[in-house]
Design a protein around this ligand. Structure first.
Ligand SMILES: [Zn+2]
Length: 414
């Protein structure tokens, strides 16, 4: 992949090897092409399937490839394509795109939709996230045409001839950020490399975020499951919030600007939240559109664990600042389409979700609750869980009656 930083262009040769893990043959494969939701950004030049040219149809963000022969269960197929990407200007609500001093690439490549009684591709909602991902092994070989540019990547870089290679296995996404002005500070948790990328005018916050990431990965590594990747990059950008991807999270520059050195801050609480998504989104996947609480409530609650363990003298500060400052209410299992607005959505899936998890923990007791978290993280590693799976594993780890909680917090039962 060739990346023209100043010209804001990518030229990509992509190969995807796909194995049919379903119980039935497939006659077509659906690729999701988020880059083609922006006019004049994505140009597909060639598409090959095992050396031949299949019929295909690119319609908005749907690229359907019609297979010349059905793909039987257990069989694999290789598809390769060449395309160019004109990177669009960045919007404050989303990391993807270019700024004068930074380029972020998220969901920039066509990827195969998950399949569950049909290809899973939800319509983009007004708020919240809609993409559902299978877990995959990524290898990206990159050349940047400007030696002053630093690339913040979700995996350690390795030389590979004239390329820089990144390998990220068992992940849902591969994103990166590039800038000719990045400052980077590095640390580690065991063998996991932790990097904070920031700008010189936010040095104190950039180092504060590195320290936060080290503590968060160290804690969740023990409480949930081993950190799933070889490295973690935390990258500042122009956003209103944070945004999680595998091995790399983005955080709003305004969090860094307002950071005064205390962990009682948005940078630390939201930073920890996005890092917790490495387990609840990255390792254990879920349908982000239909059951967003499975990753969001768990990540809000992970913030609670962070403050409880790292800053035990803070008392209820976190509950008041992060949860009760909002109005936790509404069905925890709302979808991104039915909550009736961004705030009601946050109040139900995120905040009431955290209140529910606290009550569930009290009912189960700490021993059962933490055993459940580990069991759930391990059993659904690199897979996707549903609400039903969540409660099945919870019940297997406790004798406590948690049924009344489901009636209180969940519209759909389970
Ligand atoms: Zn989140």
């Amino acid at each position: 992949m060739l990346f023209d930083y100043a010209g804001r262009q990518l030229a990509v040769d992509e190969t995807v090897r796909y194995t049919n893990r379903l119980g039935a043959s497939l006659t077509e494969i659906l690729f999701i092409v988020e880059a083609n939701r922006v006019a004049n950004s994505f140009s597909l030049e060639t598409l090959f399937l095992e050396g031949g040219t299949p019929n295909y149809e690119l319609n908005g963000h749907r690229l359907t490839v019609f297979l010349p022969q059905p793909l039987a269960p257990g069989e694999s197929v290789s598809l390769s394509m060449r395309y160019r990407l004109a990177i669009p200007p960045k919007h404050i609500d989303h990391p993807h795109g270019y700024l004068g001093y930074q380029v972020n690439l998220t969901d920039w490549y066509p990827f195969i939709a998950p399949y569950e009684n049909g290809w899973v591709l939800h319509d983009p909602p007004v708020y919240g996230e809609h993409l559902v991902y299978d877990s995959a092994d990524f290898e990206v070989n990159l050349q940047v045409n400007d030696e002053n540019v630093t690339v913040a990547a979700p995996a350690p870089e390795e030389p590979n001839g004239e390329w820089t290679r990144y390998r990220l296995y068992g992940a849902r996404t591969f994103v990166f950020s590039a800038s000719d002005r990045f400052v980077m500070s590095e640390s580690a948790v065991g063998s996991v490399v932790i990097r904070s990328y920031y700008f010189s005018w936010n040095e104190g916050a950039g180092i504060g975020m590195l320290d936060t990431a080290v503590r968060a990965v160290g804690l969740f590594d023990v409480k949930f499951a081993p950190y799933p990747y070889e490295s973690l990059s935390v990258v500042v950008t122009d956003l209103t919030d944070g945004k999680e991807y595998d091995g790399l999270v983005f955080l709003a520059s305004e969090f860094y600007n307002s950071y005064g050195g205390s962990a009682r801050s948005e940078m630390v609480s939201i930073g920890v939240h996005e890092i917790a998504h490495q387990w609840w989104f990255g390792l254990v996947g879920n349908d982000q559109a239909l059951e967003p609480w499975l990753d969001e409530a768990m990540c809000v609650y992970s913030e609670r664990l962070y403050y409880e363990y790292i800053y035990p003298n803070y008392g209820d500060w976190w509950w008041n600042y992060r949860v009760y400052h909002y109005s936790p209410s509404g069905w925890v299992d709302t979808s991104v389409y039915e909550a009736g607005g961004f705030l009601p959505y946050v109040n139900s899936a995120y905040m009431n979700g955290a209140v529910f998890l606290e009550e569930m923990r009290v009912q189960m007791g700490d021993e059962d609750f933490f055993a459940f978290l580990k069991d759930y993280a391990t059993r659904f590693s690199h897979d996707r869980a549903t609400g039903g799976d969540f409660f099945t594993v919870a019940r297997e780890n406790t004798d406590a009656n948690i049924n009344y909680l489901i009636g209180t917090y969940f519209k759909g039962g389970e």
